[in-house]
Design a protein around this ligand. Structure first.
Ligand code: NDP
Ligand code: 8X3
Length: 255
């Protein structure tokens, strides 16, 4: 018997990183997991490895019609989702705002903001009707602390932070819990994606850092969703011990 027996959890972005780790963890705890992402082969491999507790549901978060069709096609026994983990997301590029690729910016907005909002709006009404539910959103320290090149990525995660709190305000009295998980640098495919497949740049990001691991973030999620029913964990921020804050920059008169 696990702590999540008979619970239905939807994890977006389950094909790698945090989402895959959370899927493994929830299944180990007895939940049934609807696992989403674009790479259907990875979802199928996960289902093959973990068994019938995983229901692969491939779709692109940016495509409202594809998302709606996938969710409405869920088998009836998986429709009453108890926990939604809005994890799918990405950073693209690390250039200064005046040099950044506009397509990178739009992809982050479409995935991290629009996709997360669409998925929330698709699942939330059912939770309200059932009078129970928990939505966990993946924010980032980049949503709280600025750093050069984080421009749209950081702003998209600030949106996630505030959206989480604003939903909590909207949902007062509905027995829906809202949590924002806000990690620092974690070793996943995140940097490989940020640097458009440049493995050397990705490796350099994590070299010698002892970065957070996907399981560390899954632990934080499990903590939040395991809290007693009367406790809402609003926000968890975590960093690896070797990550810290930068100083303010002053540009001085050169004359
Ligand atoms: P990964 O790149 O390892 O995983 C990202 C997941 O998001 C993949 O499963 C990917 O699936 C999915 N995804 C991306 N775009 C889409 C899309 N258009 N449609 C459907 N699924 C999509 O990164 P992480 O596990 O690190 O990241 C997970 C979340 O955590 C993200 O929101 C990220 O911003 C956030 N985060 C990451 C940190 C880090 O340092 N790693 C720190 C703080 C927050 P697929 O490609 O198969 O579609
Ligand atoms: C990713 C964490 O510190 O690379 O959200 O911006 S960081």
């Amino acid at each position: 018997m696990g702590s999540f027996d008979n619970k239905i959890v939807m994890v977006t972005g389950a094909t790698s990183g945090f989402g895959e780790a959370m899927t493994r963890r929830f299944v180990a705890e007895g939940a049934r997991v609807i696992a989403t992402g674009r790479r259907a082969d990875r979802l199928d491999a996960l289902a093959h490895e973990l068994g019938a507790a995983v229901h692969p549901l491939p779709f692109d978060m940016r495509d409202n019609d594809a998302m709606a069709a996938a969710i409405s096609g869920l088998p009836s026994e998986l429709l009453a989702i108890d926990i939604l983990i809005n994890n799918a997301g990405l950073a693209r590029g690390l250039s200064s705002a005046h040099e950044a690729d506009l397509d990178d910016w739009l992809e982050m907005i479409d995935t991290n903001i629009k996709g997360l909002v669409l998925c929330t709006r698709a699942i939330l009404p059912g939770m309200v009707t059932r009078g129970r539910g928990h939505i966990v959103n993946l924010g980032s320290v980049a949503g709280a602390y600025p750093y050069p090149g984080a421009n749209v990525y950081g702003a998209s995660k600030a949106f996630v932070h505030q959206f989480t709190l604003n939903l909590k305000a909207d949902l007062a009295g509905n027995n829906i819990r809202m949590t924002s998980i806000e990690p620092g640098a974690a070793e996943t495919e995140f940097s490989l994606v940020r640097f458009h497949g440049d493995q050397a740049k990705s490796d350099a990001t994590y070299a010698g850092l002892e970065a957070l691991q996907p399981e560390d973030v899954a632990d934080a999620v499990i903590y939040a969703v395991s809290a007693p029913a009367h406790v809402n964990v609003n926000r968890i921020e975590l960093m690896c011990t070797n990550q810290s804050f930068g100083a303010f920059v002053f540009t001085r008169d050169q004359n």
